[in-house]
Design a protein around this ligand. Structure first.
Ligand code: DC
Length: 235
């Protein structure tokens, strides 16, 4: 059981390092980490594999009846990394590909899909002690979160980070293509009608273009201690 019932919402642009940051905070402070992007990616994978998304068009009426049975959940592997599952299948690697990234904004724009994902997030988060990352956590999913962060960084820095990540996962990629995908996703995410990517008025902005991971951890450590009296777990 987490020692605090705090809800922390981290929103921001693609590839600003939200999930690595949120995961580290979760393990340091004993919180449950929920990756909302992974849920959208999982639904996208399902849509692609079952041809509910083709040529940039989502057949939501065809897919909607299946959503309740997808059974998307998170589980730690033997080395403590969080893995995304759909049914009994580990889909962690499959949801991180460029092919999924190219379709995810088309799927995530749909209100039925958003409603489904938000329901999952709220049920996981209802007891608190959670940190979630996404695009609309602080504005829509948990507007009463006690701490909201909005992460941003130069697009060139983000593109390079994303390309490094893809290459580390064994995928060939071209920096220009990665940059273009990031910019397209930023645009679609920020301009969609239903819960667009937006900074909550009470969010604290973190621009990490020129910060190391360690500096970001020190920064958040200061905020958690000062505002909430939280200290990292002793191990
Ligand atoms: O964080 P990510 O890159 O894994 O997210 C994948 C996509 O999911 C992103 O392009 C937009 C969408 N998304 C969203 O619309 N709302 C969220 N709360 C999280 C992600």
């Amino acid at each position: 059981m987490p020692e605090t019932s705090i809800i922390i919402a981290i929103d921001g642009y693609s590839s600003t390092g939200k999930s690595s940051f949120a995961k580290k905070i979760a393990s340091a402070y004993g919180l449950l980490y929920l990756d909302s992007g992974a849920l959208y990616r999982a639904v996208t994978l399902f849509a692609m594999e079952n041809r509910f998304v083709q040529n940039g068009v989502l057949d939501i009426s065809g897919m909607a009846p299946f959503l309740g049975d997808l059974n998307i959940h998170f589980q730690h592997n033997s080395v403590g990394q969080i893995q995304t599952y759909m049914g009994g299948r580990n889909i962690e690697a499959d949801i991180r590909t460029m092919a999924v990234a190219a379709n995810v904004s088309i799927v995530a724009v749909d209100p039925i899909v958003r409603n489904y994902v938000n329901g999952l997030l709220r049920s996981y988060g209802q007891k608190g002690g959670v940190i979630m990352d996404g695009r609309d956590i602080g504005t829509t999913v948990f507007p009463h979160a006690q701490l909201k962060l909005f992460m941003t960084a130069d697009s060139m820095v983000r593109g390079q980070r994303r390309a490094d990540e893809l290459r580390a996962g064994g995928e060939q990629c071209d920096l220009q293509e990665v940059l273009q995908n990031l910019q397209e996703r930023d645009y679609i995410d920020s301009h969609r009608e239903v819960s667009p990517l937006a900074q909550a008025p009470d969010a604290i902005v973190l621009d990490n273009s020129h910060m190391t991971f360690q500096q970001q951890m020190e920064w958040i450590g200061g905020i958690l201690k000062e505002k909430f009296g939280l200290e990292p777990l002793k191990r």
